[in-house]
Design a protein around this ligand. Structure first.
Ligand SMILES: Cc1cc2nc3c(=O)[nH]c(=O)nc-3n(C[C@H](O)[C@H](O)[C@H](O)COP(=O)(O)OP(=O)(O)OC[C@H]3O[C@@H](n4cnc5c(N)ncnc54)[C@H](O)[C@@H]3O)c2cc1C
Length: 479
């Protein structure tokens, strides 16, 4: 077991910004734990060490990463902290449990470098903890979505960034939200033919968001950059369209795309079929709340009804000594995560009485959070899941891939056995009981039962752990 003043869980933009602030404005010791193979999180994801013979070298990935200057500055601060012996960055350490102990908290981890057998476990105790565990891709089922070659857009992006791998030669992109554009642009630049980007919503929804857009002109510039790339590569971007089916025998060979009416329902007779060898579909992101929920911190619904961690204006949660920043406080992108991480760092330094961040830094952080949170809320309002997303599901469409539960079984649980929420569907059908513990199918189960995402699920053990790691944790707790 090791002890430190401050424990940061997650080395993405939020965690790194928090670390840099603490190092710059206090003498506190910091441990950063991250499940990935290096710092950066999703946004600054680095190539995997064993990315394979076709992997691109890091320089060739530069166009996939934005705001490298901020990343370099944060890393420099982290390196300085390491050199001074004040910061430890431990990669490939997955925190599976975070519990209160004495006047602080204990994080139990498994060593991911150990591969699937993962035998080594360890415990870190700290007086203050930041939960900056980010988010994961949000998927919705459709006929054929379980064919090899059909992925989430985040999955396509992760393959590009971590391995330099373009998932296919002819790729269709669908779903909703601005994230579809960088993924399509990245693939097009890597030589894939992107047969189309099918955005379910119409741009007119953005007319109501003029204020948020006017306050964030840089976002317009970013969007224009992606649009330029897509035009240069002749990638068609179609709005009010949805991928309603994927077809193939051993893997995906084609998709069917349908037009949506004003109510968001696929229009009969509007379908057309396109040959593809890969598909990416994304309906936004779900905050990774496992550790926060188990600790019992207060949550609140975001503007789309998804639960996020509730924080005060310095990222303090309802539990003394527990702070949260980044996507766990509401999905909003890397710049917002950096601003929130900075504020959390300032709060930790002040609350532990070991220094003070300048007032100007805090004021600037608050202004950035307000402005960027406004834009994030606008995205959620302008990119809802269309009302008719489930209209084309077939009885045999798989809803829960881990437990192979069909749409017919889920419907029967709702219509015949009265299941009123995702939890009851789970009890009646095993939807969400498999390896992913509902991270993939839970959102769909919530929408199908009550038309809303449903509450974040409590997972006492947030990742599969071997018995050896449980024993290590028990020993660590007794120390
Ligand atoms: C698959 C995917 C791809 C994305 N790609 C992009 C992109 O290309 N461009 C873009 O603008 N936005 C992208 N995003 C959105 C992105 O989440 C944010 O823009 C930004 O990275 C948020 O920063 P963060 O620090 O809150 O979280 P993240 O960057 O997600 O960092 C969270 C970190 O916490 C770690 N972690 C999580 N749980 C644990 C645990 N239990 N124990 C230890 N470590 C843990 C993760 O390994 C990760 O490094 C992507 C999101 C996803 C899910």
């Amino acid at each position: 077991m090791s002890t430190t003043d401050v424990l940061l869980i997650g080395a993405g933009p939020a965690g790194l910004a928090c670390a840099a602030t603490i190092l710059a404005h206090s003498d506190l010791s910091v441990v950063v734990l991250d499940a990935g193979h290096g710092p950066g999180g999703q946004y600054w994801r680095q190539p995997a060490p064993a990315a394979g013979p076709n992997a691109l070298v890091p320089g060739e990935l530069a166009d996939l990463h934005h705001d490298q200057t901020t990343f370099a500055e944060l890393l420099q601060e982290v390196q300085r902290g390491r050199a001074e012996g004040r910061l430890e960055l431990r990669s490939e350490q997955h925190v599976w449990s975070l519990v209160p102990v004495g006047d602080g908290y204990a994080a139990h981890t498994v060593d991911r470098a150990g591969g699937p057998s993962r035998t080594a476990g360890s415990t870190t105790r700290a007086r203050a903890v930041l939960v900056a565990t980010g988010a994961y891709d949000r998927a919705l089922p459709f006929p054929g979505w379980d064919l090899p070659g059909v992925m989430t857009v985040g999955g396509l992006q992760a393959l590009l960034k971590a391995g330099g791998v373009a998932a296919g030669r002819r790729v269709a992109i669908g779903g909703t939200g601005p994230f579809l554009l960088p993924v399509a642009a990245g693939l097009a630049r890597r030589g894939s033919t992107v047969v189309g980007v099918y955005e379910a919503n119409r741009p007119t929804l953005w007319l109501r968001e003029a204020r948020a857009v006017a306050r964030n002109p840089a976002k317009l510039g970013e969007g224009a950059g992606y649009a330029g790339t897509l035009i240069r590569h002749r990638v068609p971007v179609r709005t009010g369209r949805m991928i309603v089916a994927a077809h193939g025998t051993d893997r995906v060979e084609a998709v069917t795309v349908a037009r949506l009416d004003r109510a968001g329902r696929p229009v009969v007779g509007s379908e057309h079929r396109l040959a593809v060898d890969a598909v990416g579909v994304g309906w936004g992101f779900t905050p990774q709340l496992d550790l926060a929920v188990t600790l019992g911190v207060d949550r609140r619904p975001d503007v789309a009804g998804t639960e996020v961690v509730a924080v005060d204006d310095l990222q303090r949660t309802s539990r003394p000594g527990v702070y949260a920043a980044g996507e766990v406080c509401g999905v909003g992108g890397a710049a917002l995560a950096v601003a929130e991480g900075t504020l959390a760092g300032a709060a930790i330094v002040a609350d532990l009485g070991r220094g003070a961040a300048p007032e100007s830094l805090v004021r600037q952080g608050r202004r950035s959070v307000d402005r960027l949170r406004g834009f994030a809320d606008a995205i959620l309002r302008a990119h809802p899941v269309p009302a008719g997303w489930a209209d084309r599901l077939e009885p045999q469409t798989v809803v829960c891939r881990c437990e192979e539960v069909s749409y017919a079984a889920v419907r029967a649980a709702i219509d015949e056995r009265g299941a009123g929420d995702a939890r009851q569907v789970k009890q009646l059908t095993r939807t969400g009981m498999g390896w992913c513990q509902g991270r993939v199918c839970g959102y769909a189960a919530g929408l199908l039962t009550c038309g809303a995402p449903g509450p974040a699920v409590e997972r006492l053990v947030s990742a599969p752990v071997p018995l050896g790691a449980l024993a290590d944790a028990a020993a660590g707790s007794d120390d």
